[in-house]
Design a protein around this ligand. Sequence first.
Ligand SMILES: Cc1cc2nc3c(=O)[nH]c(=O)nc-3n(C[C@H](O)[C@H](O)[C@H](O)COP(=O)(O)OP(=O)(O)OC[C@H]3O[C@@H](n4cnc5c(N)ncnc54)[C@H](O)[C@@H]3O)c2cc1C
Length: 336
Amino acid sequence: MPDAKRNADHNDNDAHAGSDPHKPREGRERHEKHERHERHEHHEHSIDTEGLPAAIVVEKVSDVTRSMRRIRFAGPAVAGYLSRPRVPNVKLFFPDGPVLDLPKFGERGRYAYAPGQRERVRTYTVRAYSVEESWMDVDFVRHGAGLASSWAESARPGDVVGAVGGGGRLPRACDWILLMADDTGVPALAAILETLPEEQRGVALIEVDAEADEQPLACPPGVAVRWLHRQGADPAASPLLTEAGKALELPPDLNGVFAWVSAESHVVRDMRKDLRDRGVPRQNQLIIGYWHAGRAESEYSAESNHDRVTDESMIAIPEASALTADSLGRAMRGAD
Ligand SMILES: Cc1cc2nc3c(=O)[nH]c(=O)nc-3n(C[C@H](O)[C@H](O)[C@H](O)COP(=O)(O)OP(=O)(O)OC[C@H]3O[C@@H](n4cnc5c(N)ncnc54)[C@H](O)[C@@H]3O)c2cc1C
């Protein structure tokens, strides 16, 4: 096993910055914690392509709510994928027909996509996984219009998609956390809540269409969860989440605040500005557009270079340096 991977596996519990690593709380052992790794694309590194791309097979399809479909992928290819440094998000590659035409690696461990292949990659959260049992769950918003969403609508056990890489960041330890998500950010928000320490304080604001779209969340008692309901309004233009975020009173010590926002781009834009205007330090923010109204992910992934697909279709971990609290902090400040 390469050093990077071995270190990664040994650092499962020290990824949030701070001296007291967040530990999964009791009763959540099946939701093994996402390890914190960061990609360091612009630096010398070994590109770890082992286990990629993986043709992962649907084992089970269930509905978390009427608007959220959970697909469990299981089997040897999932085991292979999970043996890699584990990261919060997975890049899924969807077939264009009955046969899965996985992309191939070209030079320097980067994918050499055939025409039309890059357009079939989408970013999703690994909601939960088990290394021991070789499965991972991905929750799909059933928004209807897209490649991934349509695939999820008709997914059946035995169907196959590609896992072509992954990436992503997580909030770091803080005194007070603000979590804001629309439907697409709920899987990540739910996974984050599960890893927060029992004494965590903060607020989670979540926008969905109606009460029927709410789901149970395991959450420390000091984090208040507020569901907001659009009631049929267009999620691409809904002001609810932003209004609630802006109205929220933040603790006076902004250095102890961490803000995580994952939603449609209008929310992200407005919240970035609001939090900046209110003086939340930039390094205490992780604010990512999870979708753009009117545009498929592949249409804008190249121009917004965050947790999306371009070259980051693989996970690149610097030689022999698993993500430590310090390196996560540096990465989040953009210093890496
Ligand atoms: C780091 C990260 C993690 C993510 N995790 C998840 C996750 O766990 N679950 C999840 O469901 N999504 C998640 N998303 C969002 C998801 O990648 C996008 O919604 C993506 O566009 C869906 O692909 P698609 O093929 O269904 O639609 P696309 O082909 O990309 O888009 C087709 C059309 O659908 C619209 N559209 C896309 N998403 C929505 C939506 N939610 N509601 C209404 N219209 C929409 C687009 O604006 C476009 O007009 C994540 C995004 C990121 C960046």
